[in-house]
Design a protein around this ligand. Structure first.
Ligand code: ADP
Ligand code: ZN
Length: 620
């Protein structure tokens, strides 16, 4: 496994879980993998695909995403192709014929295409050594698997048909991948894809940490349009020549912001679903190929973009859910280098989004998701902790890379308050929601409470001295700190988590933020951003030569445009920084750099080594 990783991708070690997942798939097992964007999902099926006999089928919802993946694989010397309904039939037929001859290790297919192929297409899929004149399938990978669930934020009806795959190919391991799935969505994916349990009867779900420590998190409340623009310009100024995305709620805003930025000399373009397909492709290509710095976009942008060197992501308006928000900021810093994210939040955004939710036909779910997004933006708790707890990963420490951690609010020992609330939840056998909980704590005599006999509980009225809306705030804090969770499958009743138990039984203290209700004033403060060092960097005490980096960046741009591919596919920013640091002048030392596999060594090694040699001689 390690040899394959080094030979094809040039990496020296696996990230957490990658090795376990690969071994599991090679052993023939099904699984669901939850990993954040940029976490390294692709390698989890690409390595098994390379090591197994036959061709791996990869189902992916977006054509641009498939194209990017196929280009990346080919740049590493791996035979791969994509079948999609956008290409001409002649091209698809040619690919299908090659596939039948077993020429590809990976074949990417859109879900609707896979269905036509299965019914009457050019390919007759089958599995196993007995397969003749048919495609020999090694395994099936389902990317963006949350699209199968109505609970996910990106439901696609074509995906539901994928439920037949297991019965059609019972022997091919199915591995489903997603970067965003809450509890219900997870269960839904497993059921609908018929993911089979392993020998011990357990369905294998690999959940990697959702933490992206290289993304800094910042929320700016109550900025007027003029102040937002000022802030944005300053931020872009800090990132001269680097790529960034500005997400806006409306098409009109994307145009206006792009226009304003251009007036200030920033190379920016708008992107939204109201533009023609050709226009959108043009903007996307320009961004991906580093010809423009900034894209001002609606949520229509980004799903299919694998660009690894996005250095800042700004939300000009509040997103409609935490899933959307996390996925969008997740498009930054995929190479592991620091990326700055800023979210602007105004009450006006909430009003508009409520209206969208009402019109969506799924009002309850969407309003609930919006509530959680709003709470995040208003919270006084480490933002990363909130995000991680939201995705079910109980995190119990602050991150030091968000605006709350950098400007901590006053805190107090809230252990007793928290214990009162947790105890009330327990005594009702976890059968109450927010409002009833506060009613019990405050000793109210609303009918629902009396009906259930909750006025006889020991905790009844034990929090009378705390006003209703303060309790609301504290209970939200408890949710964000991971002491309780909302069970949507059980009427949104509150449940105590194991961490909550620690507080309840006195094993841990609970620090709550003092509630401050004064409105935030517009006060743009310089962020003291603390960025964690990136592993593998400056490891030998070397420092990067900035001029050499710039030099090599130009070289990369030239080689990329000659080959007709985006620069980051030639080498990622991360790899390029490493090269400018190590400054290898022999092929041997060039090959040791992370991100240089055998194929890239052969293709680009000589040119780069030569360039570095010349540069060093010139510098003497
Ligand atoms: P995802 O699909 O989970 O969003 P990718 O598979 O695109 O993420 O991986 C993100 C980046 O991390 C890519 O540039 C990839 O080459 C890199 N990467 C993945 N695994 C490793 C590894 N073991 N070592 C170094 N880089 C890796
Ligand atoms: Zn934090």
């Amino acid at each position: 496994m390690k040899d394959t990783l080094k030979r094809y991708f040039g990496y020296d070690c696996f990230r957490p879980l990658q090795e376990d997942i690969i071994r599991h798939i090679l052993g023939g097992g099904d699984c669901l993998v939850l990993m954040p964007t940029g976490g390294g999902k692709s390698i989890c099926y690409q390595i098994p695909a390379l090591m197994m006999e036959g061709t791996a089928i990869v189902v992916s919802p977006l054509i641009s995403l498939m194209k990017d993946q196929v280009e990346t694989l080919r740049a590493n010397g791996i035979p791969a192709a994509a079948l999609n309904s956008n290409a001409s039939e002649a091209i698809n037929r040619d690919i299908a014929e090659r596939a039948l001859r077993g020429e590809y290790k990976l074949l990417y297919v859109s879900p609707e295409r896979l269905l036509t192929e299965l019914e009457n297409g050019i390919l007759r899929y089958t599995y196993g050594p007995e397969a003749q004149g048919a495609l020999r399938i090694s395994m099936i990978a389902i990317d963006e698997a949350h699209c199968i669930s109505q609970w996910g934020h990106d439901f696609r009806p074509e995906y539901t048909q994928l439920g037949h795959l297991k019965s059609l190919f019972p022997n091919a391991p199915i591995a489903a991948f997603t970067a965003t799935a809450d509890k219900i969505t997870k269960e839904d994916i497993v059921t609908q894809l018929a993911i089979q349990p392993d020998a011990s009867g357990e369905v294998r779900i690999f959940v990697s940490s959702f933490d992206r420590p290289n993304l800094s998190l910042d929320v700016r409340r109550g900025y007027a349009a003029k102040d937002k623009m000022q802030y944005l310009l300053r931020l872009i100024g800090r990132h001269k020549g680097e790529s960034g995305i500005v997400y806006c709620m409306s098409r009109k805003t994307t145009d206006a912001v792009a226009q304003k930025l251009s007036e200030h000399g920033v190379s920016a373009m708008a992107y939204h679903a109201g533009m023609s397909g050709a226009q959108r492709d043009m903007v996307q290509e320009a961004f991906v190929n580093d010809r423009i710095d900034v894209v001002c976009a609606t949520i229509a942008f980004g799903m299919g973009i694998d660009k690894s060197n996005v250095r800042y992501v700004v939300h000009y308006n509040l997103p409609k859910s935490i899933e959307n928000y996390y996925q969008e900021i997740g498009r930054g810093g995929r190479d592991g280098l620091p990326c700055e994210t800023v979210l602007f939040y105004q009450v006006g955004d909430i009003i508009t989004l409520r209206k969208f939710a009402e019109e969506s036909g799924q009002e309850d779910i969407n309003n609930e998701k919006l509530n959680r997004m709003q709470e995040y933006a208003e919270s006084q708790i480490c933002r990363r902790r909130i995000l991680l707890n939201y995705f079910g990963e109980t995190s119990d420490h602050d991150c030091c890379n968000c605006d709350v951690c950098n400007n901590p609010p006053k805190r107090f020992d809230g252990t007793i308050l928290v214990q009162k609330a947790l105890s009330a939840i327990r005594r009702t056998h976890e059968q109450i929601g927010f409002k009833l909980l506060i009613d019990i704590l405050r000793g109210s005599s609303v009918q629902e409470l009396l009906q259930h006999g909750f006025h006889q509980l020991k905790t009844y009225g034990c929090g009378r001295d705390v006003p209703f809306r303060d309790w609301q705030d504290y209970i939200l804090q408890m949710l964000h700190l991971g002491y309780i969770e909302i069970d949507y499958k059980d009427n949104s009743h509150l449940k105590v988590t194991p961490q909550g138990d620690d507080v309840l039984y006195g094993r841990r203290q609970a620090q709550l933020a003092v509630i401050s209700r004064e409105d935030f004033t517009v006060k743009a403060r310089r962020q003291a951003q603390r960025i964690q060092p990136v592993e593998g960097f400056h490891s030998k005490g070397l420092t990067e030569d900035k001029a050499l980096f710039e030099h090599l960046r130009q070289l990369r741009l030239r080689l990329a445009s000659e080959a007709g591919m985006p620069p980051y596919i030639v080498f990622s920013d991360r790899t390029l920084h490493l090269i400018a640091t190590v400054q290898p002048t022999t092929l041997q030392s060039f090959s040791t750099i992370s991100g240089v596999g055998a194929h890239k060594l052969e293709t680009y090694g000589p040119t780069f080594v030569e360039e570095i040699r010349k540069y060093k001689e010139g510098a003497k």
